[in-house]
Each structure stands twice: as C-alpha cells, then as structure tokens.
Design a protein around this ligand. Structure first.
Ligand code: ADP
Ligand code: MG
Length: 476
C-alpha cells in the first residue's frame, strides 16, 4: 500500500471550510488512522479501518465524507439522504452526529440522526427536508424506511461504525436489507477497534475491493491505560469499589456491570453511601439515559454505572478510571470498555474485579490482548483456577442466549430477523396470522392444551437469532 506521510490536515485535499472546522476543534495534526484513512477515502476507495479506541476514527471517515458531499452541487430532495452512518447504540449515533455537525458546520450540510427512544414524528419531519448525512441505529432506520419517511436510493456513502458489535447484535439481516436499498456506485467504510473473525465476512458482504488500514494490532488497549486486577469474592466487590472510589474522589469513573439489574442496584447502593453516581442501561428510558450521559459529561456526577450499552464508542473526555466490576463475557468488550479512558492521547486506569467464577473470562481477555494484567490484590490459587476455568464456557453459552444488551427496542426486533416479526399493521395481515395453520414441527403439545401449537414468541425469536448467527457466520 502507498505510504502516506501527511502530518498536517492542510496536506489533505479538504475544503477550507472543513479545515476551518478542524482547527476550531483544536485538532493540530491527524492521528495515525486519520493520516492513512483520509487520503484513501478521498480517493473513493472502500475502507476497512482498524485502530485502537479513542484514536479519532470518527474524523477518519467523517472528514472525507463531508468533503465528498460538499462537492455534490444540488441539495438533497425531500426525504432523500446522501450518506448513511450506522452505529450500534443510540448514544454513539448521537455522538457521531454531533461530531459530524461540527465538521460540516461551515459547509452547511444537513446532518440528521435517527435513533430509537426518541420521537419518531420529529425525526420524520426532519427527514422530510432532506438529509446530507444521516446517522442512525439500524432498527429505527428500518422503521422510518418502512413508513416511507426516508428514501435511501440516493445514498452513495455508507459507514458502519463499531461494525463488529453490529454483528454481535445480530444486525446482519437488517444491514443487508439496508445495503440493498442504497444507490450505486457506493463507497463503504467499516470501522472498529477489535476485529473478530466474522468481521472479515462482513467486509466481504459489504465492501468492494477494500483497502485495509490497521494502525495497531486489533485487540490491543491504548498504550496509556494502566491495567490491574483484584482477585476478590463477589460479596466484597462493592466494598472494594467504594474504597477505590473514595481514594480517587475527584476522578471520573465508569463502572461496568454485567446486568441491567446489577447496574441499578450498585448505583443505588453508591448513592445511598453518598457517592454522586448515575446509571445507564437498557431498563432506563432514553430520556434518563441521555440525562445520565449529560450529567456525567458536565461533571455533575462523577461515577457512571453502566452495562455494555456504554462500552462502545462513547467519548467522554476526562474519564480517568474504568472499573470492570463484572468482567465481560466477550473478551473484545473488555477492550472497548477500558477504551472509554485514555482517549485522544490521555492516560487512564482500568481496574478489574475478578471473582473465582470469572477467572476463565480474565484469562480469555489476557489472551486476546497478549498481556498479563497486573494483580493489585488477592490471589487465585492454582486449585481455584483449575476448578473455575471451565466456567468460562458455561457463562459464555448462557450469555449467547440471554444478552443483556437492550440498546434499541426496534433493534431488538431487528435482531430476531427484521420485519416478519413485527406485529401486523393491517387487518388483513392480522386475520391471516390468526388463521394460519399450526406449525407441524411444533405440534407435540397435548391435545386440548390451552396454548396453541404455534411456537411461542420466545421460541420464534430464539430460532431467528440462531438463524441470524448462522448466516453471519456464513457471511451470506
Ligand atoms: P475512536 O472512534 O477511535 O474511539 P473518536 O473519533 O471518538 O475515537 O475520537 C476520540 C477523541 O479524540 C475525541 O474526543 C476527538 O475529538 C479527539 N480527536 C480526534 N482526532 C483528533 C486529532 N487529530 N487531534 C486531536 N484530537 C482528536
Ligand atoms: Mg468511534
């Protein structure tokens, strides 16, 4: 690949209005991923960009995208979109839109964002005026497409941010459906900090002869994160956390838990003990989620307890500590979680609490990252390690079935296989559903059973999720 040695934004073929925005943002020189990605993207190549968390991937695709759109002479027509950026969570989509707005501030391009949990009518109205850059979560976008609130056939640029997580969430079907609606020719860019093998399949399905840019080995944490682990029993985790938080009173800490319920319980406990804490997870309304992020950004609260909904992409400057109160079941998520600190060249600390049952998860993380995480306290005897190492598999399997990720209601439906699963809207469809014959393969229930022999919603959802996984693996 051609070597680019461009260490000023002015060296790129970017319009003065974009350069002005870049300088107003205080970006002096491009980060390594920007240095390599911007010229290739400006040349129109499809790009697969892999770089550590917090290294400026948003501008790596956002600036060339803005430049391309500036060159288009006519304005987008009503309901039309010109570029589409897809992200796995609402918070990330909002953040990307905010960044893009800053880049195109002087270029007067229209950026819209559509995410679940916010008024669909307001989004619909905004789309009605035409959009240059549309940032979306897949579920809400599909909803708006089905309602004919937006047409995607004029989209010539597609970006998938945190692409591997979209696969994890089983978005593959929806992504394909969306991709099939876009215009041709199309430039597609795909970004992530980790690259599990499936992403290669994703790239085959969506990218055309892509240029791969890998700035540092995927799976590595930013170099400036000091990592440590406490070996500790589950019951004493809360006490240790309070100790750590009290010792770093002025610090800004993000605490990751495995479940929504666990996050809420821990937050309440911290607040009762006088800590200024908030929480964000799938059981909160979008309003509450947005408020928690706002308060955390403004410093009103210093501690945010979260599930993995906050693990990806979220850029809050000044997060100094990331606590893995529960270790993530998927090792890649550890990389993303701790990547919420040490952003844009800063430093940060990542502290993991590892119970005996979690030792397998810890070892998987160490293997992925190629490091031995420093032990800060406690120990794990060889015997305990042997006893518990097999648990990794069990925990993982359980989680596959019951993900805690509840980012977007529509996305959840999408996860189960797009639109067949949605409640029928027209009367006609309802009637058809009612009169559809019972599924022969499910007919094992005793006759006269009150429930029909149709598979339950849960069964159907599970079957769809399995199908989604299978086809993601095939890359079909
Ligand atoms: P990533 O997507 O790689 O995790 P982001 O795009 O969210 O990272 O950027 C991380 C932070 O770095 C943001 O706060 C962003 O404003 C800042 N940033 C991005 N590019 C530059 C640059 N060239 N110079 C200085 N700061 C930058
Ligand atoms: Mg990002």
């Amino acid at each position: 690949m051609k070597e680019y040695i461009l260490n000023k934004f002015e060296d790129f073929a970017l319009a003065p209005v974009i350069l002005r925005a870049v300088s107003e943002l205080g970006f002096d020189k491009p980060t390594p991923i920007q240095e390599q990605c911007i010229p290739l993207a400006l040349e129109g190549h499809d790009v697969m960009g892999l770089a550590q968390t917090g290294t400026g991937k948003t501008a790596a695709f956002g600036l060339p995208l803005s430049q391309h759109l500036m060159k288009v002479k006519d304005r987008p027509k009503a309901k039309e979109a010109r570029a589409l950026i897809l992200a796995p969570t609402r918070e990330l989509a909002n953040q990307i839109a905010e960044n893009l707005r800053a880049y195109v501030h002087h270029a007067h391009l229209r950026v819209n964002v559509v995410v679940g949990g916010a008024s669909i009518n307001v989004q619909r109205q905004k789309l009605g005026r035409g959009t240059d850059i549309l940032v979306a979560t897949p579920g809400r976008l599909m909803d708006l497409v089905e309602r004919k609130a937006v047409y995607l056939d004029m989209v010539r640029y597609l970006v998938l941010d945190e692409a591997d997580q979209m696969l994890d969430l089983g978005f593959i079907h929806v992504l394909k459906e969306i991709a099939s609606m876009l215009g041709e020719p199309r430039q597609t860019m795909l970004f992530s900090a980790t690259m599990p093998t499936q992403i290669k399949q994703l790239s085959k399905a969506f990218l055309n002869n892509p240029k791969t840019i890998s700035v540092s080995p995927p799976g590595k944490a930013a170099d400036k994160i000091a990592q440590s682990v406490h070996f500790i029993g589950n019951r004493t985790k809360a006490d240790l956390l309070k100790e750590c938080l009290a010792a770093n009173k002025d610090d800004i800490s993000l605490v990751f838990c495995r479940t929504k319920h666990g996050s809420e319980k821990l937050k309440k406990h911290l607040v009762e003990r006088g800590f200024k804490a908030g929480s964000i997870h799938g059981n909160k309304s979008q309003g509450q989620r947005d408020r928690a992020i706002r308060e955390f950004k403004s410093g009103e609260i210093k501690i945010l307890v979260a599930t993995d909904v906050a693990a990806r992409g979220i850029d809050i400057s000044g997060v100094s500590h990331v606590y893995n109160y529960d270790l993530p079941e998927v090792a890649e998520n550890y990389v993303h979680r701790i990547g919420r600190t040490a952003r844009a060249g800063r430093s940060g600390e990542a502290v993991a609490f590892c119970s005996p049952a979690e030792i397998g998860l810890l070892r998987a993380i160490e293997k992925l990252m190629g490091v031995d995480i420093k032990v800060a306290s406690g120990e794990m005897s060889e015997q305990e390690e042997k006893l518990n190492i097999g648990k990794k598999k069990r925990v993982r399997n359980r989680v596959k079935k019951k993900s805690d990720f509840r980012g977007d209601k529509r996305a959840k439906q999408a996860l189960k296989g797009a639109k067949e699963d949605r409640p029928a809207r027209s009367k006609h469809k309802k009637v058809r559903r009612k009169s559809s014959p019972p599924n022969a393969t499910q007919g094992a229930k005793p006759a006269g059973s009150k429930k029909s022999s149709k598979p339950s919603r849960k069964q159907r959802l599970r079957a769809r999720a399995n199908n989604a996984n299978k086809s993601a693996n095939k890359g079909a």
